[in-house]
Design a protein around this ligand. Sequence first.
Ligand code: AR6
Length: 174
Amino acid sequence: MAQLIPIPGDITRLQVDAIVNAANSSLLGGGGVDGAIHRAAGPELVAACRKLDGCATGDAKATPGFNLPAKWVFHTVGPVWYGGNDHEDDLLAGCYRRCLELAAEYHARSIAFPAISTGVYCFPPERAARIAIDTVKAHVENSGVEVVNFVCFSEETLAVYQQLLAESKAHRGM
Ligand code: AR6
């Protein structure tokens, strides 16, 4: 049974097999967690990303972590929130599902996700957290991943994940 663990802090510091980047479709860097990952990984990361020819929303592509403690970076592109009627939920679920598929492909046993789309892309945080948790639970057992960290950059996000994960444990009778 994989462990799903919310943690506070900066995803670039984590020594896990793979960290997930909330990128944009160019994969050439940006602000937020994307900027932090590119700064910490060093210039080789953008050079590797240039060869990937971008990424569609809801999809994900892998590079090495270069100067990061993490071995791999899975770059995924979350949806911009347009009010909820533009397939945002399905596209966000696709990000988590595709990253777990990459985890299987790259033999990653530990993976850390940021709260994809909840920054500049304005996805409502609690709705996004529910999708993150539900999608990971649905696909993690097939991926070979043993530990999933949900990295929360704010106290509010951490509280949402702690609450939702506690509820889902209660439902399983644990
Ligand atoms: N570690 C963990 N989480 C972080 C970090 C960090 N170092 N920095 C920010 N967050 P955002 P998006 C949180 O805006 O909404 C970029 O410019 C942040 O508090 O980084 O998917 C890309 O290039 C929030 O909870 O990503 C795209 O253009 C979460 O990470 C666009 O932003 C996501 O916020 C993507 O927007």
